[in-house]
Write a protein that binds this ligand. Structure first.
Ligand SMILES: CC(C)(COP(=O)(O)OP(=O)(O)OC[C@H]1O[C@@H](n2cnc3c(N)ncnc32)[C@H](O)[C@@H]1OP(=O)(O)O)[C@@H](O)C(=O)NCCC(=O)NCCS
Length: 423
């Protein structure tokens, strides 16, 4: 049986941060009703690769959901919303600040309608504080949560990371909060409001950088490959440094293309074996006892020289060949894998992390699979719904509306695109 079977979610979320959360919950078996603006989630039409088909941006974030379109600017549409609220365990949204309040549905009102319902809300900066009124996208959150200032090299500009820590990272945080609140509601009969700000989520993911921020008040950061000193304030960008107590770096390998790199961690325990393996090839047979690198403190101090030696050794090998040399020595390492590598990787396919699906508008396509593996209830991934595909079905099966009532509601504009605001 699916872990969340019987849990129904009224999912008003759009774009990425909310949908990534509700997709995970759907993969765990929740009945997720994607409650869409009749114009559709904006991502349906963004970055389209197949004309007139839902984009991959949409399909990859909205699997295993049912789509219903309801006009929240129409009295009958709002009544459908209220009826659904009474039938759901969770409502979630990630509108810009104040949108739901403007519809007339504050948390207090929602709680009054269904005291047991749990409400999840993602905002760029939360509902309090000087930034509360601002909208946010992924990179705004990366900029303001500490990720960008600590990514890149000191002499270059700050960089965003390819991992969607602002959107998907926040969605993960929300999923945890919703499940905890759901557990409490089961015990007490009372729902609660679960808020995750994207900026807070990014700060949480940058936790070790704030460790270093505080260490800087007392000392230099000796494991950093870039210069640091006590009292310097900001944690510097430190390229591909490991960020932990063990030294690490990306080593360029043959044929020296953009992804021909192996990330290598020179764990304290493996230095001697590593030095004995690479030393002779570098005409340094006693590298293991070389005083520049003998102890971890020496290697920290002289790490740039150590990386140069390891890079020199790696010149003759591809990243996979170098990995094959390091694995038996117990050196933690991993090749930098491109998206093409990953889409074709046997390990990835074997773990159902690159899943082929079909779609009526676009044919065959792939989704990244479910990263959380539940032994008794593995995820079965189903394609995303088309806009409003399940409107009638949900109105009948969840709300018990009959055909005549649905026809009247349609006539009244409950499911239609709201008229444009006067300019
Ligand atoms: C992502 C974001 C910047 C997009 O901004 P936006 O496109 O202006 O969208 P908003 O959420 O602010 O507004 C949605 C609009 O659709 C309307 N709408 C939404 N659902 C509707 C429905 N079912 N019926 C009628 N209208 C609807 C809202 O009323 C609002 O219009 P209004 O401004 O006239 O009130 C914004 O939603 C945001 O900051 N969200 C919180 C942070 C977040 O999640 N960001 C990451 C997204 S990946």
């Amino acid at each position: 049986m699916e872990a969340l079977k019987g849990i129904r979610i009224l999912d008003m979320s759009h774009v990425q941060a909310g949908p990534t959360c509700s997709q995970l919950l759907a993969w765990m078996g929740a009945d997720v009703i994607k409650f869409e603006n009749p114009v559709g989630d904006a991502t349906r039409g963004q970055l389209r690769d197949v004309p007139n088909a839902d984009s991959l941006y949409f399909t990859m974030l909205n699997c295993n959901k049912r789509s219903i379109t309801v006009n929240m600017k129409n009295a009958e549409g709002k009544q459908v919303f209220v009826d659904l609220l009474k039938k759901c365990d969770i409502i979630m949204e990630n509108f810009g600040p104040g949108v739901l309040d403007r519809f007339g549905f504050t948390w207090e009102k929602i709680h009054e309608i269904n005291p047991k319902i749990v409400m999840g809300s993602i905002k760029g900066f939360g509902s309090s504080g000087p930034y509360a009124d601002f909208k946010a996208y992924e990179n705004v959150a990366q900029a303001m949560g500490g990720a960008m200032s600590t990514t890149g090299v000191p002499e270059g500009p700050p960089f965003v990371t390819g991992a969607q820590i602002g959107d998907t990272g926040t969605g993960l945080h929300l999923a945890i909060g919703l499940l905890a609140a759901l557990r409490q509601a089961e015990r007490t009969g009372q729902g609660q409001y679960v808020e995750v700000a994207m900026m807070d989520g990014v700060m949480n993911l940058c936790r070790v950088k704030f460790r270093d921020h505080q260490r800087l008040t007392r000392q230099a950061l000796t494991e950093y490959s870039v210069p640091t000193h006590q009292g310097m304030g900001d944690v510097p960008r430190a390229g591909n440094d490991s960020g932990g107590g063990q030294l690490g770096n990306a080593i360029h390998c043959k044929p020296h293309g953009p992804n021909d790199w192996l990330y290598v961690v020179v764990q304290e325990a493996v230095w001697e074996g590593l030095a004995n393996r690479i030393g002779p090839d570098l005409d340094l047979p006693s590298l293991a006892s070389d005083p520049r690198f003998a102890k971890i403190g020496d290697r920290r101090k002289n790490q740039n020289d150590m990386w140069k030696l390891i890079t020199k050794f790696a010149e003759k090998y591809s990243k996979r060949e170098f990995m094959a040399i390091l694995n038996p020595l117990g050196v933690p390492c991993g090749p930098i894998m491109g998206t093409e590598d990953l889409a074709n990787d046997e390990h990835v396919r074997g773990r159902d992390m690159w899943v082929e699906l079909d779609h009526p508008q676009r044919g065959k396509w792939f989704n990244v699979g479910m990263p959380i593996k539940l032994s008794a209830s593995p995820a079965v991934i189903k394609r995303s719904p088309m806009l409003g595909e399940n409107t009638d079905e949900v109105l009948k099966s969840v709300l018990g509306y009959d055909d005549a009532r649905i026809a009247n509601l349609k006539q009244a504009g409950a499911f239609s695109v709201p008229p444009k605001k006067a300019a």
